[in-house]
Design a protein around this ligand. Sequence first.
Ligand code: ZN
Length: 272
Amino acid sequence: MKHLKLKYALRGGELVHISQVESGDSQGCICSACSKAIVAKKGTKREHHFAHKAGDSCEHAVETALHDAAKEVLNRHRKICLPATFVTFTSYRENFKISNEKFCVIESLKIEQGISGIIPDLIAKIRGRELLIEVFVTHKVDSHKRQKIKKLGLSAIEIDLSKIPRDMPITQLEDLIVNQFDNKTWVNNERANKEYRKILSQTRKLNIILRGFASHVDYCPIRSRTWHGKPYANVIDDCLYCEHCLDVNIEDYVRCNGHIPQHEIYKPKILL
Ligand SMILES: [Zn+2]
């Protein structure tokens, strides 16, 4: 892999791009990973970049600088476009959209401060609620952290910067972080969880019965199939894509709301 050039430095506690400084000595610029003085190299032959002084080795400079740049951008702009929100199911029925992509004002922002035993990159206050923002450069939010966030009842998004050019100009980076939503995903969304629980509260748990190679549930409320007058359903062929099937544990049960009259089935509203 090509050795990536360092494009960002810290100066007086603020992040600067290589294009914002003069060539030459460090001018007070330090590396945001190791805090050592770095020099702006802006010659005519090579790509402009910051460099550590001879003998200073620094492995994570580029990644750390990009991470810091993302935080600095949100701190300066105080707004962010959030991705659409869906209620998702363990069956294959269609996801339920409960919110479009939307542009939000950040009322306040905490950088790298703890909340209930975890330290997200940022905690933004949006419409009076706290939203955790994680920036993914080299470390994605893992399932352990995801579970922890969910258990705490916090909403969180992840901004994926893992595949962008490490020397992306700051204006492009700003646009990506503030205005775009393609590279953002919900790590956890509390409204989606609440809506899911409401939808699930209308279901009945139907046990799966293994008959030879087939998995059945008996007394299918919408009578997918019958055998000597008794309704049943084949889990794989009938339940998985059925709009009434909201949760599947393939060797154990399905959760079904087929017994509820259509007009009484709870449907979350789409918030714009
Ligand atoms: Zn360094």
